[in-house]
Design a protein. Sequence first.
Length: 102
Amino acid sequence: MKQTELQKESRSDVRTAPKEPRRYSVMILNDDFTTFEFVIEVMMIVFGKTQQQAEEIAEETHIRQKALVGRYPLDIAKSKVAKATRMARSEGFPLKFDIQPE
């Protein structure tokens, strides 16, 4: 095989690794009605946080009016926010989230 044929063949065999999907920050927003305990429950059930992580997020939300919950691909971020919002509404809480691109 000629050198040019080898070069053409090797170029077509090179595959680029798929790009990681863009990440989005999920922020929890403070309100005056959702209980601290409920926020902790949502963080653990929906977002998979430990008790300590959930408490830290709840505390930061209370102090700073919002807190970072996590960074996810858009479809996962939307799914988790929808589930958390459904949980909150079923308990009568106005809990809200914001999804922001990184």
